[in-house]
Design a protein around this ligand. Structure first.
Ligand SMILES: Nc1ncnc2c1ncn2[C@@H]1O[C@H](COP(=O)(O)OP(=O)(O)OP(=O)(O)O)[C@@H](O)[C@H]1O
Length: 729
C-alpha cells in the first residue's frame, strides 16, 4: 500500500422475518451515524466531490469557498414516504442499499447457504423435540397409563430417539461447516475487491485521507465483520427464529394461557433490543474509525522506526498511540456499560417470567388443566424461546455492526477514483513518441487548496533527448513529474501529448509508456531479479541481467545469490537502490522517463556509477527523459535545462549556455555547487601535481571546474569526460 505510487507507475496494476418491521428504520440509523462520522469518503473528501463534478456527475453544483462543490438543489425525494413526510423523517436510501448489497454479497454462496439452511431446519427441529420428549418421559415415569413414543416399546422408542438426536447433531455440524466455508469465501472475495479498488484510487486518497491505516482496517476487521454477519450470524439468527417460532407454537399447543403470560415480557425486551442495537451500531462505527486512526499512527512510526529510535522519540510515539488507544477504550467502556445494563435487565425479565410461569403453571397443574410433564415442557420451551430471543438480539446487533462495517467497505469498494482507470482512449498503436506540452497549467494539491504549486505553467518537452528541471527545493519539480504520470490532474490548463489532452487517454495505456526512477526508490520484498522485473514477471532472465549490467548493478554479483538474493525495503544502500530502479526503468524501455535524482550525497564512486547508469538512459534516442536534477554532474549531462521558479519556467536552454551566461538564473541557483566544483578543481590540481604529473586534468575551456567524474562543468561545448581515473574528493 505504501508503495502505491510505484505500483501505479508500472501500471499493475431475506433477513430474519422478525426484523422485517425494523427494516425501514435501518437507513435512518445509518444516516444518523453517517452524519456524525466520516464513514463515506464521497461525503467527506472535498477532492472527491470535485472529482464527481468533473467526472460526469449530472447534479449541477456550485463551488464553495474551500474549493468543494455543493449541489444547486437537493436531490429529488423519491417514493410515497418522500412525498408525505418532512425531509428529516424520510429515511435515506443508503441504509437499505447497504443492506441489499450485503445480501447481494452472499448471492454467489446461495447453494451452500441453502444447504446450510436445510441442515439448520433439521437440527433445529430435533432440538425443539427435546423439551416435549422430556415432558413425555416425566409423564411416562410418573403415570402408569402414559405413552412414551407412538405406543412403541420403550427400548425401540429410546433407540429411535437416539437416532433422531444423532441425525440432529450431524445436521448441526454440517450447518456450521457450510456456513463457515461460505463466510470465509465471502470475506476473501470482499478483501480482494476492496484491495483492488484501493490500488486504483488516486494516490492522494490512499496516502492522505483516509490514509493507509484506515484502509488496512477496512480490509481486515471490517471485511471480517461483514463476512461473519452474513454467515455465522445469519445462521444463528435463523436458528433463533426457528426456535422462537416453533417453541412459541408448541407452548400455545400445550397451554395458551401460560403462553400469554410469557408473551407479556416480549414487547419490552424487543424494544430494548432495538434501542440497544441502534446504539451499538453507532458505537461500532466509531470504534472502527478509531481503530483505523490507531493503525495509521502505528504504521507511520513502525515504518520509520530508524528515525523514531535515532531521535529517541519512543515516548512521544507511545503517547500518540496511547491517545488513540484511549479513544478506543472509551468507546469500549460505553459498549461495556450498554451491554451490562442490557443483558442484566433482559436476564432479570427472563427470571421473572420463569417465576410467573412456575407460580401460575403450578396452579394449573393443581387444577388438573395440564400435567406435570406439560409444565416441564412449557418451562423448557420458555427457556428455549427466551434464549432464542436473546440470540435474535445479538443477531440484530451484529447485523447493525455489519451494516456499519459494510458501509465502510462498500465506500472503498465502489469509490470511483478521481483519476479514473477504466475510461479514456487507448494510445494509437505504434505511437510512442510525441511532443509533450504543458499549456497554462496551474496546480494545487487537493490537500492544500489555495496554495499554488504551478501557476500558468507553459513548457514544451520535445521528442527524444533529455531535459533537466532545476529549481529550489519545493519549487514544484517533482510535482511536474507527478502531473505527467497522472498521479494528479492540473487544477486548470492542460498537458498534451501530440496535441491531445493526456486526460483523454486511458491512464494505464498512458503510464505503460512511462517509467520512473524516484528520488528514494522503493524495493519490494523479494529477489533483486523480481524487483528489476517489477510488473513484468515474465521477463526473460537474460534481459534482467542485461538491464542490471547496463545500470551498473555490479554489486549484485558480489552477493551470495546474485540476482536471486532476497532483499527487503531497506536492505540496500541509497546508491544501490537507485541503480536497481534505473535497471527497472531501462528494462521497460519507456518512451518517457521521469527521473527524480536523489538529493542525498553519494560517495564519488557511487555517484559515478549512478551517473553512468543515468547516462545510458540519456543516450537512448527513443526515450524522452525528464530529470529532476540536483547535482551539477547530472545537470551537465542533460541536453536542455529548464529553471523553475515561483511555479513558472524562468530560463531555458542548453547547459553550456546557461552555465556561462552572466547573471543567469541558473548560475544564481547553482552558485554554491559551482563554487564547490571550483574548489574541488583546485584540490584536484594540487593532488595531481603531488602525483608528479601523473593525473591529467583539463584546464580549458571554461572556468576549470570539474565534477567528481572529471566532467568539465564550464565546458562551452558538450560536457566532455576526462579520460582518467575517478579522482578522490
Ligand atoms: N502530496 C503533497 N500534498 C501537498 N503538498 C505537497 C505534496 N507534495 C509536495 N507538496 C508541496 O508542493 C510544493 C512543491 O513540491 P515538490 O515536491 O514538487 O518540490 P520539488 O521542487 O521537487 O522539491 P525537492 O527538490 O525538495 O524535491 C512544496 O511546497 C511541497 O511542500
Amino acid at each position: 500500500m505504501l508503495q502505491i505510487r510505484a505500483i501505479r507507475a508500472t501500471s499493475l496494476c431475506t433477513p430474519g422475518s422478525s426484523l422485517r418491521p425494523l427494516a425501514p428504520l435501518l437507513p435512518h440509523l445509518q444516516h444518523v451515524s453517517q452524519s456524525r462520522q466520516k464513514l463515506d469518503f464521497r461525503e467527506n473528501i472535498p477532492s472527491f466531490r470535485r472529482a464527481l463534478s468533473s467526472h460526469g456527475n449530472p447534479q449541477p453544483s456550485l463551488a464553495k469557498k474551500d474549493g468543494s462543490q455543493r449541489p444547486l438543489s437537493p436531490p429529488p425525494r423519491k417514493g410515497i414516504l418522500g412525498r408525505i413526510l418532512p425531509p428529516t423523517l424520510v429515511p435515506p436510501p443508503d441504509g437499505v442499499t447497504s443492506f441489499r448489497k450485503l445480501i447481494a454479497l452472499a448471492y454467489p454462496e446461495r447453494k451452500t447457504l441453502a444447504c446450510a439452511i436445510g441442515l439448520l431446519l433439521i437440527s433445529s427441529s430435533v432440538s425443539m423435540s427435546v423439551p416435549y420428549t422430556i415432558g413425555r418421559l416425566i409423564d411416562y415415569f410418573s403415570a402408569k397409563d402414559a405413552q412414551l413414543l407412538l405406543n412403541l416399546p420403550p427400548s425401540i422408542a429410546l433407540a429411535a430417539l437416539l437416532g433422531v438426536f444423532t441425525v440432529g447433531a450431524l445436521a448441526n455440524s454440517g450447518r456450521v461447516l457450510l456456513m463457515r466455508l461460505a463466510g470465509q469465501r465471502i470475506v476473501a472475495r470482499l478483501r480482494e475487491r476492496a484491495y483492488s479498488s484501493a490500488l486504483q484510487q488516486e494516490v492522494e486518497m490512499v496516502e492522505k485521507d483516509p490514509g493507509v491505516g484506515d484502509i488496512m482496517s477496512r480490509l481486515s476487521t471490517d471485511t471480517n465483520m461483514v463476512g461473519e454477519s452474513l454467515t455465522g450470524n445469519l445462521s444463528d439468527g435463523l436458528r433463533a427464529l426457528v426456535t422462537a417460532s416453533v417453541g412459541m407454537s408448541l407452548m400455545v399447543y400445550l397451554s395458551p394461557k401460560l403462553t400469554l403470560v410469557m408473551l407479556s415480557v416480549v414487547p419490552p425486551i424487543a424494544l430494548g433490543s432495538f434501542v440497544y442495537g441502534r446504539y451499538l451500531k453507532k458505537l461500532s462505527n466509531r470504534t472502527q474509525e478509531a481503530l483505523g486512526e490507531m493503525s495509521q499512527v502505528a504504521q507511520e512510526s513502525l515504518s520509520a522506526l530508524r528515525t523514531v529510535q535515532a531521535f529517541s522519540a519512543r515516548k512521544w510515539e507511545e503517547n500518540k498511540f496511547s491517545e488513540k488507544v484511549a479513544n478506543i477504550l472509551d468507546l469500549g467502556k460505553k459498549e461495556a456499560w450498554a451491554s451490562g445494563i442490557f443483558y442484566g435487565s433482559t436476564g432479570w425479565a427472563g427470571n421473572l417470567t420463569i417465576l410467573t410461569l412456575l407460580g401460575y403453571g403450578g396452579t394449573l397443574v393443581s387444577r388438573g388443566e395440564i400435567s406435570v410433564g406439560d409444565l416441564t415442557s412449557l418451562l423448557l420451551y420458555s427457556a428455549f424461546v427466551g434464549n432464542a430471543l436473546s440470540m435474535l438480539t445479538s443477531f440484530f446487533t451484529t447485523l447493525m455492526r455489519a451494516v456499519g462495517a459494510s458501509t465502510r467497505v462498500f465506500s472503498l469498494l465502489e469509490r470511483k477514483s478521481a483519476i479514473p482507470t477504466d475510461t479514456g482512449v487507448q494510445l494509437p498503436p505504434g505511437i510512442r513518441e510525441g511532443v509533450i506540452k504543458f499549456e497554462n497549467v496551474s496546480f494545487e494539491y487537493p490537500s492544500r487548496r489555495g496554495i499554488s504549486v504551478l501557476k500558468n505553467f507553459s513548457f514544451t518537452i520535445p521528442v527524444g533527448g533529455s531535459t533537466a528541471i532545476v529549481g529550489k527545493s519545493g519549487s514544484g519539480k517533482s510535482s511536474i513529474q507527478s502531473l505527467l504520470l497522472r498521479f494528479y490532474d492540473p487544477t486548470s490548463g492542460r498537458i498534451t501529448f501530440n496535441g491531445q489532452d493526456i486526460r483523454e487517454f486511458n491512464v494505464h495505456a498512458w503510464r505503460s509508456m512511462m517509467s520512473i526512477v524516484p528520488q528514494d526508490p522503493v524495493l519490494f520484498a523479494g529477489t533483486i531479479a523480481s524487483n528489476i522485473a517489477y510488473g513484468s514477471p515474465e521477463t526473460p532472465r537474460e534481459e534482467i541481467e542485461r538491464a542490471a549490467r547496463q545500470a551498473n548493478c555490479e554489486f549484485v554479483w558480489d552477493m551470495p545469490n546474485g540476482l536471486d538474493t532476497t532483499i527487503g525495503r531497506s536492505s540496500l544502500s541509497g546508491g544501490q537502490r537507485q541503480r536497481i530502479a534505473i535497471a527497472r526503468a531501462l528494462l521497460k524501455r519507456p518512451a518517457l522517463l521521469c527521473l527524480d535524482e536523489a538529493t542525498s550525497a553519494l560517495d564519488a564512486v557511487s555517484e559515478l556509477r549512478v551517473n553512468e547508469a543515468i547516462e545510458k538512459i540519456l543516450e537512448s534516442r527513443h526515450t524522452t527523459s525528464i530529470i529532476v536534477a540536483h547535482r551539477l554532474s547530472t545537470i551537465s549531462r542533460a541536453e536542455r535545462i529548464a529553471v523553475l521558479e515561483d511555479g513558472a519556467i524562468t530560463e531555458e536552454g542548453p547547459y553550456s549556455l546557461l552555465a556561462l551566461r552572466e547573471n543567469s538564473r541558473f548560475r544564481a541557483l547553482m552558485d554554491a555547487q559551482l563554487q564547490a566544483a571550483v574548489q574541488d578543481r583546485d584540490a584536484l590540481s594540487s593532488y595531481s601535481s603531488s602525483l608528479d604529473g601523473q593525473g591529467q586534468v583539463a584546464e580549458e575551456p571554461g572556468t576549470g571546474a570539474v565534477d567528481a567524474q572529471g566532467v568539465d562543468l564550464f565546458d562551452t561545448g558538450k560536457a566532455q569526460k576526462v579520460e582518467e581515473e575517478t579522482p578522490l574528493r
